[in-house]
Write a protein that binds this ligand. Structure first.
Ligand code: HPA
Ligand code: ZN
Length: 326
């Protein structure tokens, strides 16, 4: 399709990417062997065959099991560098990535280890490709707020290396309100916040993310269209929604990409854009997501350009950096 060339050629940002979700089965197997970690799969094909999800939780179970192969600083470097190469190939010029320190500290990995490996790869991305980045520490919402506070305590010596905080993992039953005190403390420390909300959870969780966590963006947020007053609020404040279409399809948030509400969000004046979420698990990186949406929703040129413009507007690049990409 003629617009596919445009999608691939345009410079883009990515704002919703879990680095642990970019762990491809080949690297998972190689690291398991190197580190002596047992995996419940015979081979790479068996891993891929297991990637059939019916909910967020069915994915998270495999995602956390997969992350158990990551042990050394070099492992986190290699993971992040592999993502950087794929992002560069997709013409991503700026990326804001999530990582889940609690997934690693719970296994006895020192807090500093993932941070150092990820940061070193992001520094190399800047020197080799001019690719800029931000790193967002995500708290796991299935754990307690006290566990989040303990993680924040461990992060204190490294705050200069952390650009913001997020909230991810099992959404249903773990509303943003559970973490109001933790996010208030993060705000005092000068850390901007984002939060996953309205992926599987109701529109009420998006209100809580905005009002209780002071979330500057909403990750996913696709269920906002169930509440007209919420859509009006998101539009009026240009609160970005970091939408992840292939993730929504693989986790059965939508039955069919053609039924995705991406266009509805754009038509409502929302600052929505496309992201890959956990590309190794959901079948594709950013361009694959954009190409799939173009085809399934018959997106036109103006809609594609709007999605890309929104990705820059919603980023944490400085006004000068944004202007330079216009
Ligand atoms: N939602 C919640 N938690 C996650 C996700 C997601 O899409 N990906 C990785 N952790
Ligand atoms: Zn996510």
């Amino acid at each position: 399709h003629p617009l596919d060339q445009l999608i691939m050629a345009l410079p883009k940002t990515e704002l919703h990417l879990h680095i642990e979700g970019s762990l491809e089965p080949e690297m998972m197997f190689a690291l398991a062997q190197k580190n002596g970690v047992a995996l419940p799969y015979a081979d790479v094909d068996a891993v891929r065959a297991a990637y059939q999800f019916d909910s967020l939780q069915s994915f998270l179970d495999l995602y956390y099991a997969g992350a158990s192969v990551l042990i050394t600083e070099q492992d986190f470097y290699d993971l992040t560098w592999a993502y950087v190469l794929r992002a560069h190939a997709d013409n991503i010029v700026h990326t804001e990535i999530f990582y889940d320190p609690q997934t690693h500290t719970a296994r006895g990995i020192a807090f500093a280890v993932p941070l150092a490996g990820i940061r070193r790869a992001l520094a190399d991305a800047l020197t080799q490709f001019g690719m800029t980045s931000k790193l967002i520490l995500c708290f796991l919402r299935h754990l307690s707020e006290a566990d989040g506070f303990a993680t924040l305590e461990q992060a204190l010596p490294y705050l200069s290396q952390i650009d913001g905080v997020g909230l991810d993992s099992s959404e249903l039953g773990h509303p943003p309100s559970k973490f109001a005190a933790l996010f208030a403390r993060c705000a005092e420390l000068g850390l901007p916040a984002v939060a996953h909300a309205g992926e599987e959870g109701p529109a009420a969780y998006i209100w809580e993310a905005l009002d209780l966590l002071k979330s500057t963006r909403i990750d996913h947020g696709v269920r906002c269209t169930e509440d007209a007053a919420l859509v009006a609020r998101l539009a009026a404040d240009r609160v970005p929604l970091t939408v992840c279409p292939l993730s929504n399809l693989k986790l059965c948030v939508v039955d069919d990409l053609a039924a995705h509400n991406l266009r509805t969000l754009l038509n409502a004046g929302l600052c929505a854009m496309v992201n890959s979420d956990d590309p190794a698990y959901f079948g594709g990186y950013l361009n694959t997501n954009l190409l799939a949406c173009r085809a399934a929703l018959d997106l036109n040129k103006a809609e594609i350009v709007q999605l890309i413009l929104n990705s820059f507007e919603a980023s944490w690049l400085s006004a000068e950096q944004k202007a330079a990409w216009q």
